[in-house]
Ligand binder design. Structure first.
Ligand code: ADP
Length: 608
């Protein structure tokens, strides 16, 4: 099935590029004619000048023609490369577009199952790798399919014996290429394993440098790095050795073949005197062209195979992420395994859809109707009774670590689907809404919002899902309390953040997520309150911003701050996956000893 998918993407690109392919065929054919013409003209010129001792003036036209043919040949080679590059550029643009489109339409659970940023960059890198299939492999293969045959035909008409020699020796070249490929393949896999080990050791050591120093283990780690780097060196040298020996063998085959042809020609010419110098010379000029084309094909074939692998990777990724409906139970178990990686993706998710706010009156009422959920059979299970959350209410989910707070939040978000019971939004099952329409109304501010490589402004603007003005971005940054941070930076909102850019603190990341939310103005806010202590100032800024966002929204917070809990309209108390009780702070304090105990612990911890 994989094989089929692979050929699909390529054939899809090919059928889009019929015109370019036709152009390649024509150019290759013309190139073949130019090669043969050049050899003919050179042979003719040499024959006239050296054998017939013709005067310069009689060959001047011939030499001019030769020059012209050489120029045309160079032009055609250039043209072939150019068409290849053009095809590659178009194919890459198309493939990139489908990768991005696929990811932006991917269902949330599938997006959650891996870091989207990582996936995008892997897929886009793979698309880049696919380049040489179109820019190298295709043009070379076109040439290989036509020119050697043309040369062979011409040689047969000139001197059949040489034709037979070529016919007999030619298959050795691809055969040898395949042998080389097979031998180096295993070796290079070994090399990649070595490289992976080496980089792994190196990275681990770098990241743990301080710890290693403190525990006096730096020396040992140094030896470890040395060991794995030597291993990598040996693997590389092994491959180079094979490659060099084999290249030598390949060249020997070619030289030997040409040698045999030359010997045969010499015997015919000198001993049997059965052919003219002109023919012999022409054939001798054509033969190396023939072999060098075959050799080039081999090289192109290798890069073509690498590209093919890359294209297969893209195919696979497209197949993996093209699930747009709510997940089935099986998929859910399989895909929602990394919920801790949950990023502020909803904001990205909604970017491509047209507004459909009329579908859901907002802020909505949200109800839990005896929801049951399990990640997998025999794993953690969650159970709620009947709970109703009014429009615009502020809800706090509390409970010990591992009690299922995040799981419950994901059920509210629609990131997980209940096994039985229902999450009802405005009285209808959440799963009955179009996913995109729902996510358009929701902002999920996690503890670790996803920051992609780009400027502050770009990172904020994805929140809107539409083109936003600079003023709107500035306004959002201001409201989220990010303006102070930005003001200290030389390039302000145009400062690069994310991978390769400026690092952001946890508080800054959350403020960035908030700025996205301010652009979006969601009707439902899901908020995972920071567990780690932020400085007082940052905390206050965050609190104020959240409060101002929450004025027009239903907000559900996984709460750790006593302040948030005390001010919530309703508190959902989770214990071991069960929604034990819910109510206002005072009420729960009075009737739920576990709750009172938890509040006590938090108060003592100074979290209030
Ligand atoms: P809390 O947010 O209260 O700390 P969680 O909802 O994150 O709790 O987790 C509740 C339980 O579910 C934990 O025992 C955790 O190990 C388990 N769990 C969380 N996410 C997954 C997942 N994707 N697959 C399987 N089990 C999970």
């Amino acid at each position: 099935m994989k094989r089929k998918a692979k050929s699909n993407l390529i054939s899809q690109q090919m059928s889009l590029q019929q015109k370019n392919r036709l152009l390649l065929v024509m150019i290759s054919l013309a190139l073949g004619v130019a090669i043969v013409s050049q050899a003919t003209l050179v042979a003719e010129a040499v024959q006239r000048i050296f054998v017939e001792k013709a005067s310069f003036s009689t060959v001047v036209l011939l030499l001019g023609l030769l020059l012209a043919v050489m120029a045309v040949r160079a032009l055609l080679s250039y043209g072939n490369g150019k068409v290849g590059l053009h095809m590659a550029a178009r194919a890459k643009t198309n493939m990139r577009a489908s990768v991005l489109q696929n990811l932006t339409h991917a269902s949330m659970p599938s997006t959650l199952s891996g870091q989207t940023g990582g996936k995008v960059s892997i897929a886009l890198d793979a698309v880049d790798e696919a380049d040489s299939y179109f820019s190298q492999y295709m043009p070379r293969m076109m040439e290989a399919a036509m020119i050697p045959i043309l040369i062979l035909v011409v040689t047969f008409t000139q001197h059949a014996n040489t034709g037979y020699i070529m016919l007999f020796t030619a298959p050795f070249i691809p055969l040898f290429m395949i042998l080389v490929g097979l031998q180096t393949k295993n070796k290079s896999e070994e090399k990649y394993a070595q490289l992976a080990e080496f980089s792994g050791t190196f990275l681990d050591s770098l990241q743990g440098l301080v710890t290693l120093k403190i525990f006096g283990r730096a020396k040992r780690q140094q030896q470890e790095i040395e060991r794995s780097s030597l291993g990598y060196r040996d693997a590389t040298m092994g491959i180079l050795k094979i490659a060099f020996t084999n290249t030598f063998m390949l060249e020997s085959i070619v030289m030997l073949s040409i040698g045999i042809v030359a010997l045969e020609l010499a015997i015919q010419l000198l001993v049997f005197k059965s052919m003219t110098f002109h023919t012999a010379f022409l054939v001798l000029l054509l033969v190396p062209e023939f072999y060098s084309l075959l050799k080039n094909t081999g090289t192109a074939f290798h890069s073509g195979r690498t590209s093919m692998g890359a294209i297969r990777k893209v195919e696979q990724m497209l197949a993996d992420t093209s699930v747009t409906s709510m997940p089935t139970e099986h998929e859910k178990a399989e895909k929602a395994t990394h919920t801790s990686d949950t990023n502020d993706l909803m904001v990205q998710q909604t970017g491509v859809h047209a507004p459909r706010t009329e579908l859901i009156p907002m802020p909505p009422t949200i109800e839990l109707d005896h929801v049951r959920f399990q990640y997998a059979p025999d794993s953690f299970g969650l159970e709620t009774g009947q709970i109703s959350i009014g429009p615009g209410e502020q809800i706090a989910i509390v409970g010990k670590s591992g009690s299922g707070k995040t799981t419950l939040l994901h059920l509210f978000a629609g990131l997980l689907k209940s096994d039985s019971g229902a999450v009802l939004v405005n009285g209808s099952q959440l799963s009955s809404y179009e996913e995109a329409a729902w996510f358009e109304r929701v902002s999920y501010i996690t503890q670790h919002p996803y920051i992609f490589a780009g400027t502050f402004a770009e990172n904020i603007s994805i929140g809107a899902g539409r083109n936003v003005s600079r003023a709107e971005i500035e306004q959002a940054a201001e409201e989220a309390g990010l303006a102070v941070v930005v003001a200290q930076l030389e390039q302000g909102l145009d400062t690069f953040v994310g991978e390769g850019g400026r690092g952001l603190s946890g508080g800054e990341k959350q403020r960035l997520a908030l700025a996205r939310a301010f652009l979006k103005r969601p009707s439902v806010i899901l908020f995972d309150e920071p567990t780690v202590g932020l400085d007082l100032h940052t905390e206050r800024v965050l609190q104020q911003s959240i409060a101002s966002l929450a004025k027009t929204a239903t907000m559900i917070t996984v709460a750790h701050r006593l302040y948030t809990i005390q001010h919530a309209d309703n508190i959902l108390f989770m214990d071991n996956g069960v929604l034990v009780d819910s109510g206002h702070h005072e009420a729960l304090l009075a009737r739920l000893p576990q709750y009172a105990e938890m509040v006590d612990v938090q108060r003592k911890g100074g979290l209030a």
